[in-house]
Design a protein around this ligand. Structure first.
Ligand code: TIU
Length: 222
């Protein structure tokens, strides 16, 4: 067992039963010129998470941990796009429309794919999810169950939306999550702080929060 300095207390894990889950590091959320930026957001707040996540990804691969990537998006025919998600925000250019990086959050489109810096390697599962949570309408739970995964190391964007939703879903399904705070990002600094606090409050009501460096140190020793 490895032990990582974290809050509310140390996170103990075995790399064989712990997976790295990188949530929605997609061009449309993170890259300059994408959908996120077109909505007026400062993508540099999300981009800060790329380099530390890259280090965690390298280390997890070297250790042979299961690495799972998720992407938020929809079928080309939008048959899995609920009407409320389509109309929410009253956007002129929204999900399914032609955006700056081709059709927004549509599978197979340029902006929907994962940024080059964190490109999945062959053999690493990619979970395409229609919702904010990684477990909703996906085969993630059975994939983790079949591989004996009990714990998740979590990176990705955005902290208060897809990361938080996925951590809550994971927790209810019996998985322990450690969220690496320098590897997650939000367009809103106050939400970054609040959503990490919510996870680790009340004795770790949804999970643990830590930093990538102690995780890398623990993994090196494991
Ligand atoms: N991946 C994810 O968080 N999807 C979002 O729509 N996030 C926002 O913060 N909008």
């Amino acid at each position: 067992m490895a032990s990582v300095l974290a809050e509310p207390y140390e996170f103990e894990f075995d790399p064989r039963s712990c997976a790295l889950m990188i949530i929605d590091m997609q061009r449309d959320f993170v890259d300059p010129g994408g959908f996120g930026e077109a909505l007026g957001n400062d993508v540099s707040l999300l981009r800060k998470a790329i380099a530390p996540t890259g280090k965690v990804l390298d280390a997890a691969r070297k250790k042979g941990m299961l690495v799972i990537h998720t992407r938020e998006g929809h079928r080309q025919d939008l048959s899995d796009l609920p009407d409320n998600k389509k109309v929410r925000g009253r956007l002129e250019t929204g999900i399914g429309d032609q955006g700056p990086m081709r059709r927004i959050l549509v599978r197979g489109e340029y902006g929907h794919d994962i940024v080059d810096e964190l490109k999945p390697e062959p053999g690493e599962p990619i979970v395409d999810k229609p919702g904010k949570g990684a477990f909703y309408a996906t085969d993630l739970d059975s994939m983790l169950h079949n591989r004996g995964i009990k714990q998740l190391m979590v990176c990705g964007v955005t902290t208060e939306v897809c990361v938080n939703t996925s951590v809550r879903e994971a927790n209810d399904r019996g998985y322990d999550c450690l969220v690496l705070e320098d590897c997650v990002g939000s367009y809103f600094p106050e939400f970054q702080t609040a959503s990490l606090n919510m996870i680790k409050a009340q004795g770790g009501i949804f999970g643990w929060v830590g930093k990538s460096k102690p995780f890398l140190d623990a993994l090196a020793k494991a």
